[in-house]
Design a binder for this molecule. Sequence first.
Ligand code: PXP
Length: 257
Amino acid sequence: MNSASRLRLGINIDHVATVRNARGGDTPDPARAAKLAQAAGADGITAHLREDRRHITDSDIDAILDVIDIPLNFEMAATDEMQQIALRHKPHAVCIVPEKREERTTEGGLEVAREENRIAHFIAPLREAGCRVSIFIAADRRQIEAAARIGAPVVELHTGAYCDAHAEGRFEARDAEFAKLKEMATLALDLGLEVHAGHGLTYDTVKPIAALPEVMELNIGHFLIGEAIFSGLDSAIRRMRGLMDEARQEASGVTVV
Ligand code: PXP
């Protein structure tokens, strides 16, 4: 496998902060998790600073940036407050996500097609500051075409519907969601976009997504933080990395020995 086709793994450490915040206090520390993820082979750290600060806080972002040498992918809603914070830190990457206070997690993709002008203006200063801007969207032709029109260099395709269908045993629906992801990954690449994917991925669902040659990066969090309770974070990340590599090698016809 050449390095150009190596799939990157971004580890989302938000839910280390969720556990910490359940009690208040300092532990477990998301920056420590970020450092450990780096040591386990993560290519980047992803953290979502939500408007309500329900998990990651402003000081977590400072602390994470202090301890990691790999890129930070800063997830944020398209608000003025978050834009200012991103412009202050100038992280390697910024991922624009939709955000609703009442949701438990990021439930859908960004409505970029309906808000094309606003999002185009919103991302311009971030791009000028040198951040690699990615837009988190559903595997939907309208959204992908809109993302390309506004000059977003990267789209992250939301894999939540595919993963949910798998978890609920709705295998026909899962396969239909997968077919959509595959088709839209091809479309995005044809339109010149770099393609990432994430949300809800587990050991059971990661391989078909990792096998898609268009996909350059996966961002995975909740499942790995949960697995860390049983096997440790290092082992959970290494196992996920191993499955991704296996899928990539199988897809390219290289036998894994
Ligand atoms: N990518 C994006 C844009 C996300 O918002 C999230 C969740 O915060 C993830 C990836 C990771 O999803 P999960 O925690 O379900 O693995």
